[in-house]
Unconditional design. Structure first.
Length: 98
């Protein structure tokens, strides 16, 4: 199961509102690279693919493909300011070796 921090949830809602994407789920993708590191991507997506898994967090719908599901298991998405003035999403994933 994926979880969202309160800050991530608020930012996703704000982004959906600003882009008029309130009706679209946010697709979360995780891919293992050749060196074993993980690559993360996310974006609002109207596509429905076989094996997609849907989650709802306080009105925010997430979709995770069958291929990303196991890699994303236990992951938390947060929205933090690692550098002053540069907030960003981060992926805290117990499956990611890096």
């Amino acid at each position: 199961m994926i979880s969202l921090s309160t800050a991530a949830l608020e930012q996703i809602k704000l982004s959906a509102n600003q882009g008029n994407n309130e009706s679209l789920p946010l697709r979360i993708a995780v891919k293992e690279q050749e060196d074993g590191s993980f690559h993360y991507a996310m974006g609002f997506d109207e596509q429905r693919l076989p094996g997609d898994n849907f989650l709802n967090f306080d009105g925010v719908n997430l979709v995770v493909s069958e291929g990303s599901k196991d890699l994303a298991e236990g992951m938390t998405i947060d929205f933090v300011e690692l550098e002053p003035g540069k907030p960003q999403f981060i992926f805290l994933n117990p499956n990611d070796p890096t």
